[in-house]
Design a protein around this ligand. Structure first.
Ligand SMILES: NC(=O)C1=CN([C@@H]2O[C@H](COP(=O)(O)OP(=O)(O)OC[C@H]3O[C@@H](n4cnc5c(N)ncnc54)[C@H](OP(=O)(O)O)[C@@H]3O)[C@@H](O)[C@H]2O)C=CC1
Ligand SMILES: Nc1c(N[C@@H]2O[C@H](COP(=O)(O)O)[C@@H](O)[C@H]2O)[nH]c(=O)[nH]c1=O
Length: 369
């Protein structure tokens, strides 16, 4: 199924509560964490909360920072992400801030037969969808590629148990709520991320007294783990005056087929080339395979006639995942664009680029890590 990348985000107390039972929303984040959440909001196409959160918190769900709003406009996007909610009852106040603030589109997903008022229809687009998968498929059809789920308890439970959450951000506040009636981050359910299938910890960050935990699941977790392995392989590169790069090739089931690193058998070897040299281009296991490279595969090259992009395109490799876009030190690259225009999926994980830079500080212009 085609669906958006789903990033769930919540602030919780030490006992896992999203709120207390007082009429006012509980503030769990501090200023620095609200700013982090604002940055995440600015990076998505749509923000979703359940109808319970609209009734309890009356959120606006806007990007607050003016520079971030302008940066979105400069990228051809509306200043605020699309707002999305789910209701089975249709019990939503058209005067709620969700509907009255911001210029972005407001989408209300509801199960068939719900009683949706004409006033609510006047301020939103109402779509019938009976499960999370149908909501996500419809969002994808509207061009939503990144969705942020901000709560509350029922939404987090439904999205996580449906196995559609790719990334989870938890901001942990340094206090307890202690009230058994307070909403927890999630309720009971069958979660695909069990002790035998845990999430991958991508980052831990301290923002004053709030600790932010970032987890990945599914393909996002696999890509993060394999790319870190590729980055670590660059430690094996012999001393050189060119890039130190590592590469891992996996089949469609995530089994490693080959690995390589720059200068592995000859000073001119690129990492991807060294890995692919261990496989025949028509190896059937390369159909649907993924190549992980710490650096963007080269799209132009001075040292040899065939670029790494050319080597990849000669195989059935379906996906290429890399961390650092090739800085134009030696030749103009554009390997990613060449691969994309040839129909291969290209995933960039710039959050790991600092590790690749650190392995390449010997190059002019890269500077200290
Ligand atoms: N700390 C934090 O980061 C956050 C805290 N919160 C807190 O969370 C609490 C709210 O959580 P909660 O009450 O669980 O509410 P939710 O926001 O999770 O919304 C639940 C509602 O979603 C609707 N819904 C659920 N499943 C479906 C479905 N399949 N189809 C259509 N509609 C559906 C129902 O609406 P209906 O009843 O209309 O049918 C249901 O009542 C509040 O206390 C709020 O402060 C919220 C967000 C963030
Ligand atoms: N209380 C709380 C959060 N609450 C979330 O923020 C929403 C309010 O958004 P807005 O009206 O745009 O400011 C609210 O509905 C809920 O989804 N989020 C956090 O990161 N940390 C917090 O401590």
């Amino acid at each position: 199924m085609r669906r958006p990348y789903v990033l769930s985000s919540a602030a919780v107390s030490l006992d896992g509560c999203l709120d207390d039972t007082s009429p006012e929303p509980l503030v769990l984040s501090n200023e620095a964490d609200f700013d982090r959440v604002d940055e995440v909001r600015a990076g998505v196409d749509a923000i979703l909360v359940g109808a319970g959160t609209i009734r309890a918190d009356n959120p606006r769900l806007l990007v607050r920072d003016g520079k971030r709003r302008q940066a979105r406009v400069d990228r051809g996007l509306p200043p605020d992400p699309v707002k999305v909610t789910l209701t089975a009852s249709g019990n939503l106040d058209p005067e709620a801030s969700f509907f009255t603030t911001g210029e972005s589109e407001k989408l209300v997903y509801t199960s068939s037969g719900a009683n949706v008022s004409a006033r609510l229809r006047a301020v939103s687009t109402v779509v019938e969808a009976n499960d999370i998968e149908a909501v996500l498929a419809d969002l994808a059809s509207r061009g939503i590629r990144r969705l942020m789920v901000e709560g509350g308890q029922e939404m987090h439970t439904r999205f996580l148990t449906a196995g559609v959450v790719d990334e989870l951000h938890l901001a942990v506040a340094p206090f307890f709520v202690g009230d058994p009636a307070a909403p927890r981050f999630v309720g009971p359910g069958r979660f695909p991320q069990s002790p035998r299938n845990p999430m991958v910890v991508a980052e831990t960050r301290q923002l004053g007294d709030v600790v932010v935990l970032r987890y990945l699941a599914g393909q996002a977790a696999t890509d993060f783990t394999r790319l870190r392995e590729a980055i670590a392989l660059a430690d094996r590169c012999p001393p050189s005056h060119t890039f130190r790069v590592g590469a891992v090739v996996t089949d469609a089931a995530n089994n490693v087929l080959a690995t390589g690193y720059s200068g592995e058998t000859d000073p001119h070897d690129h990492a991807e080339e060294a890995a692919l040299a261990k496989l025949a281009p028509d190896d059937p296991r390369l159909v649907g395979a993924t190549l992980y490279s710490s650096l963007e595969p080269c799209g132009a090259r001075a040292s040899r006639p065939v670029t790494c992009t050319g080597h990849i395109l000669a195989t059935g490799i379906a996906r290429v995942v890399f961390a650092w876009r090739e800085p134009e030190l030696f030749v103009e690259g554009e390997g990613a664009e060449q691969l994309r225009s040839a129909g291969r999926e290209v995933v960039e994980l710039p959050e790991l680029a600092h590790l690749v830079r650190r392995a390449n500080t010997h190059l002019p212009g890269v500077g200290p890590a």
